[in-house]
Design a protein around this ligand. Structure first.
Ligand code: ZN
Length: 185
């Protein structure tokens, strides 16, 4: 397995609409393994293929405390939404930014697994929020799009400055302090 580079806002490649996964083959298995490794090491609780510059409809999630519940969603669809919930979200592609976003509290989702088998599930809590966040990535949408343009521009300028500084003096991403309790998805 290999750790993949994560695209960061405002990288225009994050705006790409992903295409359906068609081949459930060894290359897909490898990509899923690499995405889990990248997500766990970041650390985050969800990762869409878009974020590692692979524009296919593939999401990996693990919302468990012990990081022992890896879940794969391929070609996901939301069939029904119910209720509203406000959650403080972060994103591996928008480092160090945590903002409240309102989403459906419960969803009924249909997706394929790594073998192409279709199933439907009712999701709630953090898993429901996380799936909606990751599915936005597949449409080229980011959680900062839910904020005011003023706030989003401020975040964009700050991250561009950090990216310029980092390009000038490379330093590892690991060790970046995360706000305690916030979920980076
Ligand atoms: Zn994200």
């Amino acid at each position: 397995m290999a750790r993949l580079a994560i695209l960061e806002f405002p990288d225009p490649r994050l705006r790409t609409r992903a295409a359906p996964v068609a081949a459930f083959d060894a290359a897909l298995e490898r990509l899923i393994g690499d995405m889990f490794e990248t997500m766990y090491e970041a650390p985050g609780i969800g990762l869409a293929a878009t974020q590692v510059n692979v524009h296919q409809r593939l999401i990996v999630i693990d919302t468990s405390e012990l990081k022992n519940d890896p879940q794969v969603f391929i070609n996901p669809q939301i069939l029904a939404r119910d209720g509203l919930e406000v959650t403080e979200e972060g994103c591996l592609s928008v480092p160090q930014v945590f903002e409240e976003v309102e989403r459906a509290a419960r969803v009924r989702a249909r997706a394929q697994d790594r073998h192409g088998v279709v199933s439907e599930r009712e999701l709630d809590g953090l898993l429901a929020v996380c799936l909606q966040h990751e599915m936005d990535h597949l449409e080229g949408k980011l959680f900062v799009d839910y904020l005011s343009s003023l706030k989003r521009d401020r975040i964009r300028r700050r991250l561009e400055k950090e990216q310029r500084e980092r390009d000038g003096a490379p330093r590892p991403r690991s060790g970046v302090p995360l706000r305690v309790g916030a979920k980076v998805i």
